[in-house]
Design a protein around this ligand. Structure first.
Ligand SMILES: *[C@@H]1O[C@H](CO)[C@@H](O)[C@H](O)[C@H]1NC(C)=O
Ligand SMILES: *[C@@H]1O[C@H](CO)[C@@H](O)[C@H](O)[C@H]1NC(C)=O
Ligand SMILES: *[C@@H]1O[C@H](CO)[C@@H](O)[C@H](O)[C@H]1NC(C)=O
Length: 433
C-alpha cells in the first residue's frame, strides 16, 4: 500500500493516498490497508509531556515505548491539548498556557512522541480536550471566557486549599462548556492548530500522518448529573463536522464513558451522528463502588468481574444499535489493599488486578471475535515512572495529577501483568489475519 501511495504522488494525483489510515470497513470492523486492525492499546496520556526536550524525559519515553512494544501494544491514547496555569491537580507543563498561546517545547514534545510512535509501529488516539480538571480542559476554557474561578473538587493532594467544592459543582461548571459559544470557538482554533500542525521531526502535517488513529473530542465528555446540561446534538454535530471538514483522513470519536447511570438512551443519542466513526466505553469498578481493594474476599473480586462483563455486553448491544464499532477505552484496578497493604505502593502485589484483567479480556476477546468490540486501551502505563510524594512528585505517571499517585498505573517491573498483556496481545492480534 505504501507503493500505491508513492505512485500517486509521482503521477501528481492529489489526496488519493490513504495508505495506513484506519477506517471502518464494510463489515463494521476497523480496517487498515484492507486488513482488520485490532486495538491492543494502553492509555499513556503523558507522551507529549515526556517527549518535550527541555522539560520532559525522552529516555524514559523511549524506554516505555520499547517495553510496550514487547507487550504487542499498537495503540496509545494520548492528550493533544492541555490548558491553563499549572497547579497541583494538573501536569507541571501544558501545551496552551494562555488562550491561543502555545508552549513550543511541549508541541515539539507531541511531535517527538508521534515520531517515535511511528518508529515503534504504534498509532495515537489524539484526545483534544478533557471533561475533568487534570489537564485544564472544558473548565479551563469556561474560566477563561467567563473570568470565573474553577470550582475544584477534592482530589490529590488531599490538602489542596482551593479544592473545596463538590463534584456536582465541578461537573456543572465543566458541562456549561457545551453551551458556551465563545469557549467552543476558542477550542475550535486549537483543533485547527493541532490538525494542521507540521511535525518538526517528520515534516508531515498531522492531518496527513497515519500514526494518528483518530481524533477524540475529549476525555470523558458527559452531561451533568441530572441531565439538565447535556452534551447537545448541536454541539456534537458542530464539532464532528468541523473536524471532518479539516481532515477527512482520520476517524472521530467522542471519548465518552457510556456511563451506566446515564444509560442506553443517552448513549444512542450521543453516538448516533454521521461523522462519528466509532463509540467507546470506560468501566471503573472501584470509582463506581462495585469493588473495594481493601477487601480480600473472592466475592468482592467476582462481583467486579461480573459487573464489568455485564456492562461490556450491554454496551456491545448499544453499539450494534447505532451500527458503530466500539473500543473498551479505559479500565483499571488498584493493587491489593487488604491486610494493611498500601495499594498505592509499587511494591505491593496486584494479584486481584491480574485476575481481573485476565477475566475481562477473555470476555473482550469473544466480543472482538464477534466483530463488535475492536480491542482495548487499559488504564494506564506508568512505565519507568514511580510515585514520589511532596515536591519531588512525578507528574507523568499514568495516574493523572488529581488522583492518588500509584492508584492504577502499571510499571515496567510488573512482570506478571506485562507477560499477560504480551500473551493476550498475540492472541488478539491474530484476529487481524
Ligand atoms: C529520565 O528517565 C530515565 C529512565 O527512566 C531515568 O533514569 C532518569 O533519571 C530520568 N531523568 C530525569 C532527569 O528525571
Ligand atoms: C476578571 O476578574 C478579576 C477578579 O474577579 C478582575 O479583577 C478582572 O478585572 C476581571 N477581568 C476581566 C477582563 O473582566
Ligand atoms: C447542578 O445543576 C443542576 C441543574 O441546574 C442543579 O439542580 C444542581 O443543584 C447543581 N448543583 C450544584 C452543586 O449547584
Amino acid at each position: 500500500m505504501k507503493l500505491s501511495c508513492i505512485l500517486s504522488i509521482i503521477s501528481l494525483a492529489v489526496a488519493v493516498c490513504d495508505a495506513g489510515f484506519v477506517k471502518v470497513g464494510n463489515d463494521g470492523n476497523f480496517e487498515e490497508d484492507g486488513k482488520r486492525y485490532i486495538v491492543w492499546g494502553a492509555n499513556y496520556w503523558q507522551a507529549m509531556n515526556l517527549g518535550a526536550e527541555q522539560t520532559g524525559n525522552r529516555t524514559r519515553l523511549n524506554h516505555d515505548l520499547d517495553k510496550m512494544k514487547t507487550m504487542n501494544i499498537n495503540n496509545l491514547r494520548i492528550i493533544a491539548g492541555s490548558e491553563g496555569p499549572a497547579d497541583s491537580q494538573k501536569p507541571l507543563n501544558v501545551l496552551m498556557p494562555e488562550p491561543g498561546v502555545y508552549n513550543e517545547d511541549m508541541f515539539q514534545g507531541l511531535d517527538y512522541a508521534l515520531y517515535q510512535m511511528k518508529n515503534h509501529g504504534m498509532k495515537a488516539v489524539m484526545v483534544l480536550n478533557n471533561f475533568w480538571q487534570w489537564s485544564g480542559g472544558f473548565a479551563q476554557y469556561v474560566s477563561w471566557v467567563k473570568n470565573t474561578t474553577i470550582p475544584l473538587p477534592p482530589g490529590y493532594p488531599e490538602n489542596d486549599p482551593r479544592a473545596t467544592y463538590s463534584w456536582d459543582d465541578f461537573i456543572n461548571y465543566s458541562a456549561s462548556f457545551y453551551t458556551c459559544n465563545e469557549c467552543i470557538d476558542m477550542w475550535k482554533k486549537h483543533i485547527e492548530t493541532v490538525i494542521n500542525r507540521v511535525n518538526v521531526y517528520t515534516g508531515e502535517r498531522y492531518k496527513e500522518d497515519d500514526t494518528i488513529f483518530a481524533w477524540e473530542f475529549a476525555n470523558e465528555p458527559r452531561q451533568n448529573n441530572d441531565g439538565s446540561m447535556p452534551m447537545t446534538d448541536e454541539f456534537i454535530e458542530d464539532i464532528s463536522y468541523y473536524i471532518k471538514s479539516l481532515d477527512s483522513n482520520h476517524m472521530i470519536t467522542l471519548g465518552s464513558e457510556a456511563h451506566p447511570s446515564f444509560g442506553r438512551d443517552v448513549f444512542l443519542r450521543e453516538n448516533n451522528h454521521e461523522n462519528l466513526d466509532y463509540a467507546t466505553t470506560h468501566i471503573w469498578v472501584q470509582n463506581w463502588n462495585e469493588y473495594d481493594p481493601k477487601i480480600k474476599s473472592e466475592s468482592n473480586l467476582q462481583h467486579a468481574i461480573d459487573y464489568c462483563i455485564n456492562h461490556l455486553r450491554e454496551t456491545a448491544e448499544w453499539a450494534q444499535t447505532v451500527k458503530k464499532p466500539i473500543v473498551f477505552e479505559e479500565y483499571g484496578m488498584a493493587r491489593d489493599g487488604w491486610d494493611g497493604q498500601d495499594e498505592y505502593d509499587p511494591a505491593t502485589p496486584a494479584t486481584n488486578r491480574l485476575k481481573y484483567y485476565n477475566a475481562i479480556l477473555d470476555e473482550l476477546y469473544t466480543l472482538t471475535n464477534e466483530n463488535i468490540f475492536q480491542g482495548h486501551n487499559f488504564w494506564a502505563y506508568s512505565g519507568e515512572g514511580r510515585p514520589a510524594e511532596g515536591d519531588s512528585r512525578d507528574f507523568y505517571l499514568g495516574d493523572p495529577a488529581h488522583e492518588h499517585p500509584g492508584w492504577y498505573g502499571i510499571y515496567d517491573k510488573d512482570e506478571d501483568m506485562i507477560n499477560l498483556l504480551e500473551n493476550l496481545g498475540r492472541k488478539f492480534l491474530e484476529l487481524e489475519e
